[in-house]
Design a protein around this ligand. Structure first.
Ligand code: SAM
Length: 223
């Protein structure tokens, strides 16, 4: 699947197949988990908000699946992925290189959100990161991320729903199994309010159910 062949599609099965092929250097279980991610995380919704030739900052990029998808689709002019986890960043670098467009992206290890690049981006994404941040540090993490959004640019925030109970439980069990944490869901309304108060307008607000999980997507534009 490549954008050159005109066959790039953002359908869930295509994204899943793309990631399965791209991450063939990862051990079997991890490779399968990465390729299953489009069935849980709405990358297909997220990509609609990334303009062509965008400068993108992905905060908490993990193994770089979102950036790899956007690189392969030819969306990225320049991107930076940041994460605390060096192992994930190493995988993200390999994945980006394998798209053939790795020179458009750099990956940076950070220990604090204050260390995000001191630059402005068309799109700043924060996908499933904030629920891993301690409650008291969440507002500061969001403040640091939105500081990097250029005038007219977009902050794209994706996290997990606070309810109903069984979707919340699915999220908690998933994170308990895969990251060893019993996470506390993000109060999405608080994030929304904070970003609007910082001079953004809400462009899209959606709850997107996937399997047992529930995603909250908020897209806010700096006005
Ligand atoms: C569930 S993963 C999501 C990864 C990626 N955004 C995605 O959607 O595939 C959460 C990521 O947030 C990262 N993370 C957690 N706390 C962080 C922090 N303080 N600064 C940067 N990244 C952080 C973790 O290392 C992990 O890679």
């Amino acid at each position: 699947m490549s954008s050159e062949s005109g066959s790039f599609s953002f359908s869930r099965p295509d994204l899943s197949r793309f990631l399965f092929d791209l991450y063939d250097y990862e051990p079997g279980l991890l490779r399968r988990l990465i390729s299953a991610r489009p069935h849980v995380c709405p990358f297909d919704h997220i990509e609609r908000h990334i303009p062509q030739d965008a400068r993108v900052l992905d905060v908490g990029c993990g193994n770089g699946a979102l950036l790899a998808i956007l690189l392969a689709a030819g969306r990225i002019k320049e991107a930076v992925g940041c994460d605390v986890h060096e192992g994930a960043l190493a995988s993200a670098r390999t994945a980006a290189d394998r798209t053939g467009r790795g020179n458009a992206v750099s990956f940076r290890r950070i220990q604090d959100f204050q260390e995000l690049p001191d630059a402005l981006f068309d799109v700043v994404t924060m996908v499933d990161v904030l629920h891993h941040v301690p409650d008291g540090a969440r507002a500061q993490a969001v403040a640091q991320a939105i500081r990097r959004v250029a005038p007219g640019g977009v902050f794209l925030f994706k996290d997990m729903v606070e309810g109903p109970f069984w979707r919340k439980l699915a999220h908690n069990l998933d994170d308990l199994i895969f990251s060893g944490e019993w996470v506390k869901q993000v109060k999405t309304a608080d994030v929304e309010k904070q970003v609007i108060n910082a001079g953004f307008e809400l462009v899209e607000s959606k709850n997107i159910p996937r399997l047992f999980y529930g995603n909250t997507l908020r897209v806010l534009k700096r006005v």
